[in-house]
Design a protein around this ligand. Structure first.
Ligand code: TEU
Ligand code: CA
Length: 556
């Protein structure tokens, strides 16, 4: 074992965390829905890939109005996904394999089938259950107008009428009523829920919509200046719903709970806001400790964007003594192996909704860029999140038929936005289409898989030196020595000289690793004496670096 100078508590700071969307990972019982047993049987795959941890998207009982982010019971497993015993077994097996497990906690809203909300609706105005949510009378003489202009993230008003001139608030689908975090019972119940999972042995939490919990609910409620915008409109915490100052007090109380465990539980905030330094506040050591940085997700394949992002992110995390987190893909955004084919400034949602016809991308170029980007992601100091299927170089499925779409944004946007299903299609494990490409044995699949999934199957990529899977495996193995050897290697940029330098990004870590990317330029000669560790383009070590390729090397 290499002595990293880090305590157990810091394991996540340099970890590679593999994101599992349970319904789409692997289906053990063949009902077409991925399950915990399916994950359990794939631990060997995860270990061979070399990940340090997995993050499980919600697996709780849910009517699935939003892929499980509408939770009806926070302390249980959806029977379609497994049971608490299955969970304990999976956790145990992961730990035996040296893999940590973090789970998703969804505190901004629950399902409208959650017992509290059902009672709030059934008992009507005056019920104490109503105060756990956000009920208000509508505006206008007959109270038929929504209380404010707030808009749901999936389109339409954020207020749903529920009889007698009353409305309830839902920042997402109408089946996802928002909690009132001003209510003490809500606060206590979440602490109880997190204790429940901590005691079972989970290693940490990913906190959904972390910037939304604290709202300004003083009456009369205030309209927002730009209601459609789903990011905070103020940099001083004065937006009525997003990124308010009071939210941090909630996370300080969570940290006190997490620190009662040895090692303390980690937590990572999901905070979609434009990068102002306020994002990093969620990562303070007396709060969640980490926050996702989504800026790489937002970068087009462009050197200046990558360089600026990496600089800013490293500085931002430094300012709160946390460590950077890096994300290229998730269950919410189109897959890198397609998205990176888009020109800078392209509208992702419109492109997905056009079925990938406007604009049409060069899939080969996009795939090449995704491999080059993966080697950037995995060279960066801090923790890296890898979404399931990215290691296969899986493209976005842009051909999902309207009748198959599950994402609630499709209906709520009046069929304008197709949404996020294209990155949630069940994974291909083998080339056998009769078994849903090895997703299960029956061939059933809750989202249809396209025929071309065959070319990205695990069984096909395994052992092929030019495959994306083998690139990830080698990168993860090398990362342990060349990135994760130090708690947080220092990163600097080398100014390029000579041909190709305008389009090159040259990173150097204090471990001695050089990571050189040619974005779009002329080919670049590698420095004399460079010892090549890995190349994203599969060319032989000493060959010049063509565009859309990354090489890892050391100078001797
Ligand atoms: O996402 C929060 C969120 O704000 C996203 O809707 C985000 O703005 C969008 O996807 C960016 O493209 C989280 C979950 O990750 C998402 O899957 C859920 O739908 C949402 O919360 C509601 O729980
Ligand atoms: Ca199943």
């Amino acid at each position: 074992m290499v002595d990293t100078g880090m305590s157990d508590a810091d394991w996540w700071r340099k970890a590679v965390i593999y994101q599992i969307y349970p319904r789409s990972f692997r289906d053990a019982n063949g009902d077409g829905i991925g399950d915990l047993k399916g994950i359990d049987t794939s631990i060997g795959y995860l270990r061979d890939l070399g990940v340090d941890a997995i993050w499980l998207n919600p697996f709780y009982p849910s009517p699935l109005a939003d892929g499980g982010y509408d939770v009806s019971d926070y302390r249980n497993v959806d029977p379609r996904i497994g049971s608490l015993e299955d969970f304990d077994r999976l956790l145990n097996h992961c730990h035996q394999a040296g893999i940590k497990v973090i789970i998703d906690i969804v505190p901004n809203h629950c399902s409208d089938q959650h017992p509290w909300f059902r009672r709030a609706l059934a008992e009507g105005p005056g019920s104490p259950y109503r105060d756990r949510f956000v009920f208000r009378q509508g505006k206008g003489k007959d109270h038929s107008q929504p209380p404010t202009n707030w808009v749901s993230n999936f389109g339409g008003s954020a207020w749903e009428p529920c009889g007698q001139g009353w409305f309830y608030l839902h920042l997402f689908a109408k089946e996802q009523p928002d909690f009132n975090w001003g209510n003490e019972l809500v606060r206590e119940d979440f602490l109880y829920t997190m204790r429940f999972w901590c005691d079972r042995g989970v290693d940490g939490f990913r906190v959904d919509v972390s910037h939304g919990l604290a709202k300004d609910l003083t009456d009369p409620l205030r309209d927002r200046t730009d209601p459609v915008s789903q990011v905070p409109q103020a940099v001083d915490g004065s937006d009525p719903i997003f990124d308010r100052n009071e939210v941090h007090e909630i996370y300080r109380s969570w940290r006190r709970l997490f620190d009662q465990y040895q090692p303390p539980k980690m937590a990572v905030a999901e905070t979609w806001t434009p990068i102002t330094n306020r994002v990093f506040d969620y990562a303070r050591s007396d709060e969640l400790g980490a926050v996702f940085d989504f800026s790489l997700v937002k970068c087009a394949w462009n050197r200046d964007q990558y360089m600026e992002t990496i600089r800013r992110t490293c500085q931002g995390f430094g300012s709160v003594s946390s460590t950077p987190t890096w994300v290229l893909a998730s269950h919410d955004v189109p897959r890198a192996a397609s998205r990176l084919g888009l020109p800078p400034g392209a509208d992702l949602e419109a492109w997905v909704s056009s079925g990938g016809t406007s604009p049409v991308i060069d899939q080969r170029a996009a795939a090449r860029r995704a491999r080059a980007a993966a080697l950037i992601l995995l060279a960066l100091p801090g923790s890296a999140y890898v979404y399931q299927g990215e290691e296969l170089g899986l493209p976005e499925d842009l051909e999902i038929r309207p009748e198959d779409v599950k994402d609630p944004s499709w209906e709520r946007s009046g069929h304008r936005f197709k949404g996020r299903d294209g990155c949630r299609v069940p994974l291909p494990w083998t080339q056998d289409s009769r078994s849903a490409f090895g997703f299960n044995r029956t061939g059933r699949s809750w989202l249809p898989q396209p025929d071309w999934f065959r070319d990205y199957a695990v069984s096909y990529e395994q052992g092929r030196s030019d495959s994306s899977l083998e690139l990830y495996r080698r990168a993860l193995a090398l990362r342990k020595e060349w990135v994760a050897r130090l708690p947080l290697p220092e990163l600097s940029f080398l100014d390029g000289q000579g041909k190709g330098s305008d389009e090159a990004m040259h990173l150097i870590l204090s471990t001695g690793l050089h990571c050189l990317t040619n974005f779009e330029g002329d080919s670049i000669d590698l420095p004399d004496g460079a010892r090549v560790l890995l190349r994203s383009d599969g060319s032989s070590p000493s060959q010049p670096l063509e565009s859309a390729a990354t090489v890892w090397f050391t100078p001797q």
